[in-house]
Design a protein around this ligand. Structure first.
Ligand code: MG
Length: 354
């Protein structure tokens, strides 16, 4: 559905200088989702004034696909709690998360759909803050919102705001990053320190009664993926979000039947993250990142990938952390010289982290 985000072409209730200040003092009402005047006013002020890529002249926006390219499509939903956390908010997270799934697939992000499920009683100023952050993330990635939808649910039946996105990008056909390309002997790289998003969001929840200066790592990984995706030895990339590095390693094992060995000492973890994990009994390997890349690469391009990443602002702590073998297991070589199986996650340690 795109039409409910599209204002009538000739009737923008507040386009002629409506009461934006009044609007921002208010809260979301059920009528903001009913397709009528209030909804048009809200969307005009908060959405269409920023996002000009939505073609309001028809119910679907038409996009040109470059000749020879494949269309890359990814979809995501964002329910993070709290909505605002150190280093980001649900708006920036939604854009970065969607852009990142395109980026690690080797696609050049181009456009997004952006759906909002708002809870009655949400402060419109909070919505505005989240959308401003989304906007900044869109501009950074050079991506336009081209369609969307807005619904309002009654108070108590939502969680403030939920954003649902679909990302569209172009993938030149020769670029074939895929789990199926991974081979024994390949090396595993990570672009930066892990677990900062999970830790920052967790600490922002009052129930832990702890505070820290730690920021979420939520960011676009496009500079990192663009820097290396022309190298033929780059086989596969993934952004380690929910379930963290542990889940990516198990996905590799599961999809390939091969094994993975990771050297604990080489995995970059900030001392603040390590300290929180030790206090609360979490494993940094399983905490979410929102601005990191795990890459599986041929041994001959390890140095080149690391060198290119380390030239990016976000890749300075990039490390080689392990290798692919034929063991069929995910094994962690510990700092003390031992080894242990890295178990896949069963329970959800941190619900609503993204
Ligand atoms: Mg992903």
């Amino acid at each position: 559905m795109t039409h409910s985000m599209n204002p009538p072409v000739n009737n923008h209730p507040s386009a002629q200088g409506g009461d934006e200040a009044d609007l921002m003092d208010g809260t979301i009402r059920l009528a903001h989702g009913n397709g009528g005047l209030l909804m048009q006013e809200l969307l005009q002020n908060l959405v269409f004034s920023r996002w000009e890529g939505v073609d309001t002249g028809r119910d679907a926006t038409l996009l040109a696909v470059p000749p020879g390219a494949r269309l890359a499509v990814t979809s995501d939903s964002f329910t993070v709690n709290p909505l605002f956390f150190p280093g980001g908010n649900i708006g920036s997270l939604a854009i970065h998360g969607t852009v990142n799934d395109l980026a690690v697939s080797g696609a050049e992000p181009h456009a997004l759909t952006f759906n909002m499920i708002l809870e009655e009683g949400l402060a419109i100023a909070d919505l505005q803050r989240a959308l401003a952050a989304a906007d900044a993330a869109l501009r950074e990635a050079g991506v336009q919102v081209v369609a969307g939808d807005t619904k309002v649910v009654p108070k108590g039946q939502g969680s403030g705001m939920v954003f649902i996105t679909t990302g569209l990008g172009w993938c030149p056909t020769p670029r074939q990053l895929h789990l199926g390309k991974v081979q024994a002997g390949d090396q595993i790289l990570v672009s930066g320190a892990i677990g900062e998003h999970g830790t920052a969001v967790m600490l922002a929840r009052e129930d832990f009664g702890m505070s820290s200066d730690l920021l979420s790592d939520a960011a676009s990984v496009l500079p990192l993926t663009r820097a290396v995706w022309d190298l033929p030895g780059v086989r596969f990339m993934r952004d380690p979000t929910r379930g963290g590095l542990t889940s990516v390693l198990h996905e590799i094992r599961h999809a390939t039947g091969l094994g993975v060995e990771v050297h604990e000492q080489q995995v970059p973890v900030r001392p603040e993250v390590q300290a929180v994990c030790e206090m609360l009994g979490f494993d940094a390997m399983s905490l979410a990142c929102e601005g990191r890349v795990v890459a599986v690469v041929a041994p001959e391009v390890v140095d080149e990938v690391l060198a290119r990443w380390q030239q990016c602002a976000q890749g300075q702590a990039a490390m080689r952390i392990g290798e692919i073998n034929r063991s069929g297991q995910v094994i962690l070589r510990t700092s003390l010289g031992g080894q242990r199986f890295l178990e896949p996650l069963e329970e959800e340690p941190l619900p609503r982290i993204c």
